[in-house]
Design a protein. Sequence first.
Length: 455
Amino acid sequence: MLSLYDTATQTVRPLAMREPGKLSIYLCGPTVYGPPHLGHGRATLVYDVLRRYLTWTGIDVRLVSNITDIDDKIIDRAARENRPWQEITHRCEDVWFQAMAGLNVQRPTDVPHATDYVDQMVSMIGQLIEKGRAYPTADGVYLSVETVDDYGLLANQNLHDLVAGGGDREVFGAENKRHPADFALWKISKPGEPSWPAPWGAGRPGWHSECVVMSLDLLGEGFDLHCGGMDLKFPHHENERAQAVALGKRFANHWMHNGFVVDAEGEKMSKSLGNVANLLDLIEHYDARAYRMLLLQTHYRGPVRVGQDNIDASVKALAGLDSFAARTALAMSDPAVFADAEVLERFRNRMDDDLDTPNAMGLLFDTVRQANAALDAGDTASAGSLAAAVHEMCMGLGLVLKTEGDVPAEVAATVAALDAARAAKDFATADALRARLQADGWQVETTKQGTSVRR
RNA sequence: GGCGACGUGGCCGAAUGGUUCAGGCAACGGCCUGCAAAGCCGUGUAUCCGGGUUCGAUUCCCGGCGUCGCCUCCA
C-alpha cells in the first residue's frame, strides 16, 4: 500500500481508496496559451510515474486531468496577435499532447475542458450565492473566504497571516471585495471578450472554479487524490477546496504536490522570472527518457535543476541500461524465467514509502550490476531472473529500455562485414567499419559472440 | 513580517541515534578485449557552523549562517 505525503495533514499517510482496488486522481492540467516548459514536464512525469506504479501494483487508476482553455492569458494573447482565441487553445493543446507523447506520458483517462463546463460552473456559483457564501459585484462574483472555516488549510496559514503577507501588492478587484482574500468565481467580460451568459452578467469563469466542478462531476465527492505542482497549493488548490467546503461537499481525501524545477542559481523556473526552458527543446535535443531518468533519481518533493551536466549523466546511465537490456535479451527469452521476487518486494517497499524513486533507482542499478556479474559468471538462470526484475521495475516506472530494435539492411551488412573482418584478423578493416557505424550514430559493441548495434 | 523546505564526496542525489553514510555521473587501478566499447572487481574524496541531549548525532533539540519557496500570474 502506497503512503504519500499529504499537504493537508502535513504527514506521510496511506493513500486510502474510496473503492477498494480503484483510485481516483485529479491532476490540474495546463492553461493552453503557450508552449509547455520544464515545470510542466516535471509535473506530468511525476504523476505519470505515480500512475504507472499504481497500475503496475494492480490498482485500477482513473486519472482526470483538465485543459484550461479559457483564461485571461489566452484572451490577452489572442488580442495581441489579433486572432481567434480558440485557434490558440487548440494549437497549444496539440503541442501539449505531442510533448507528453514525446515524454512517454500516458494520456489521462479523462481530459475535460473548462469551456465544456461553463454551464455547470454557473450553476455552482448560483448555489454559492444562494448559500450566502458568494456575492456578485459590478465586475463579477466573489467567494467570501471568511465564511470558510478552515480557509488556509493547504497554505498552512490563517486568513489574517495570509493577507498580512500581501505586502504592497495590488489586490485585484479590491474596491469591490468584502475581504481582500476573496477570489473571483466569475468575471464579467468587457466588450469584445469571450463570454457566456450568466444571471450576474455575461462573462467567464474564474480559474479556481473549473477544477472543482470537473473533479466532482467526473470523480464524485470524496475522490482519492488531488495533485499538481507546489505552486498550485495556494491559491489554486486552496480556493478549489474553499468552494467545495462552502458547497458543503467532501472534496479530495489526499493532496499531493511536486517540487519545482529550478535554474542554475537555484531559483524557481517561472514564467514571471522569464527563466523557463521550453520542454520541446529538451525533447528535441536529448533522449526524452533522460528527463524521466533525472526525475526518478530525485525525490518528487524536492527541487530539481535541469542542466546540461545532469541530463548528460542521465543519458549515460540510460546507455548503460540499454546495453544491459541488449545483453540480457537472450537470458530473458526463456519462458521459464521469473522476475526475482525478493528484488520486486524491495522495490515495492521503497516506492510505497512516499514514492521514493531515488532509492528505487539505487535498487535497480544494484540489480543490474548483480545480473551483469551473474552473466559474466555464466549463471544465466540468475541473470535471467534479475534481468526480468529490472524489466518489471522499469515497467512500473515508465522507463523503456532499448534493445536491438530494427536495424536497416545496409547496417546489418556492415555488421556482418565487420565480424568477417575480425574473424579473418583483418583488424584494420574491422576498425574502419566500426568507426563508420559509430560515425553514423550507432552504439557498437563487438564481442566474441559477434557485434551488436543500437541507436 | 507570517508559513514552510533545504544545506551530505568533483557533480547529482538517497538514507540513518551506533559495525565500512545507497545509487548515478566523473576520476584512478586491475580483469576481460586484437584494440576499443560494454561488463566485472577494487580505490579515493562528504554529512554548513556553534552549543545541548546521549555511552554514542550526520540523524533529535536550541541558536547561528546560507540557499530556496509560498503569502492571490505559475506545473
